[in-house]
Design a protein around this ligand. Structure first.
Ligand SMILES: NC(=O)c1ccc[n+]([C@@H]2O[C@H](COP(=O)([O-])OP(=O)(O)OC[C@H]3O[C@@H](n4cnc5c(N)ncnc54)[C@H](OP(=O)(O)O)[C@@H]3O)[C@@H](O)[C@H]2O)c1
Length: 309
């Protein structure tokens, strides 16, 4: 099984690269190896490589920057996935592509299902909708997994920011009016690997395709996530985590208040689900050896105004 992985330096891509190397031939690409803004380059690369599976973990994922970089955002999140899908279709390969809760406006009071209409609030969400729709019309054998609130023990993300800032602040102010399910990148990578194994052992034409929601089980707010994180890591000196509303902070792009995705369709189809968010958090923290991973920042109170995706 030959797998082409894009976004191999990102949160999900890094974890998938580390995991998958044990069992498959993975050709890992970051933006230096394969620039997803270049259509002809993508086509040539895929045609030369002839992968059985393409895992597209690359994205223009800076939600605020997307508001000002419409062209690049749509190239990477909409054009590239469609080109990958067309090339996958040409080869008879499977495309696994990641999308986001931000295809929705967050006004629903229940978790979103795959049948809810999309209505993005920001450029990033609109570009991901365009990617989904383009893949659907390519006729490729494609699985689109909508994810939400991804974090990992490396790189820049909510968990790492909170840990870093908590070591030098007595008070953190974190939004408590957005609800979601914090999901570790490693859990997504494991699920992806498992899906590829299922695919390898299936009759290819009968393998399920389409859009599926895939997040940790359970729900919390950013405030709840930060509180649980610091309870686990800062037992001697825990900063006060003050709940604030989203309107009190100044992030550029609008974000959904409700990011909860129902994963029932995924469970029914594939027979497994991801662990509860608290369990995932404990696992990531155990692997991080938190105290050695934190960095120093200047003191003062924190107002957390942005989050990744
Ligand atoms: N993060 C979240 O909270 C979240 C939530 C829901 C859905 N998602 C989706 O889940 C997927 C994985 O997210 P993630 O958080 O793992 O992403 P990430 O950490 O932001 O990584 C994205 C990767 O995309 C690559 N990339 C950017 N521009 C590129 C270009 N022009 N050509 C090729 N590669 C390029 C970057 O590669 P280089 O580093 O090599 O430049 C980067 O490592 C994405 O589809 C994202 O939209 C994420």
């Amino acid at each position: 099984m030959r797998i082409l992985l894009t976004g191999s330096n990102g949160q999900v891509g890094t974890e998938f690269r580390k995991l998958g190397q044990r069992t498959a031939e993975i050709i890992s690409t970051g933006s230096r190896e394969l620039d997803l803004t270049r259509e002809e380059e993508i086509r040539r690369f895929v045609r030369d490589l002839k992968p059985n599976v393409i895992v597209n973990a690359a994205a223009f994922s800076d939600v605020d920057a997307a508001e000002r970089n419409w062209d690049a955002c749509f190239a990477i999140n909409a054009m590239a996935p469609v080109v990958l899908a067309e090339e996958a279709h040409r080869l008879g390969a499977l495309l696994i592509h990641y999308s986001t809760d931000q295809v929705f406006d967050g006004n629903k009071s229940e978790p979103y299902t795959e049948w809810d209409p999309t209505s993005p609030l920001n450029v990033y969400g609109a570009s991901k909708v365009a990617g989904e729709e383009g893949i659907a019309s390519s006729f490729a054998r494609a699985l689109i997994l909508r994810l939400s609130w991804i974090y990992s023990g490396q790189g820049e993300n909510f968990l790492r920011s909170i840990l870093r800032l908590a070591n030098h602040n007595n008070e953190l102010q974190v939004a408590n009016d957005q609800v979601g399910a914090p999901t570790s990148a490693i859990s997504i990578a494991r699920a992806t690997e498992r899906l590829i194994r299922m695919y390898a052992n299936s009759r290819k034409t009968q393998f399920p395709t389409g859009i599926y929601h895939l997040t940790a089980t359970g729900a919390t707010s950013w405030h709840g996530f930060a509180s649980a994180l610091l309870t686990a890591t800062h037992q001697r000196r825990k900063p006060i985590v003050v709940p604030i509303s989203t309107t009190e902070h100044s992030s550029f792009a609008r974000r959904p208040k409700n990011s909860l995705l129902s994963c029932q369709r995924f469970l029914t189809t594939f027979g497994f689900q991801l662990a509860p968010w608290q369990q995932q958090l404990n696992e990531v923290l155990a692997e991080m050896m938190v105290e050695s991973a934190v960095e120093t920042v200047p003191g003062g109170n924190l107002i957390l105004v942005t989050r990744p995706d």
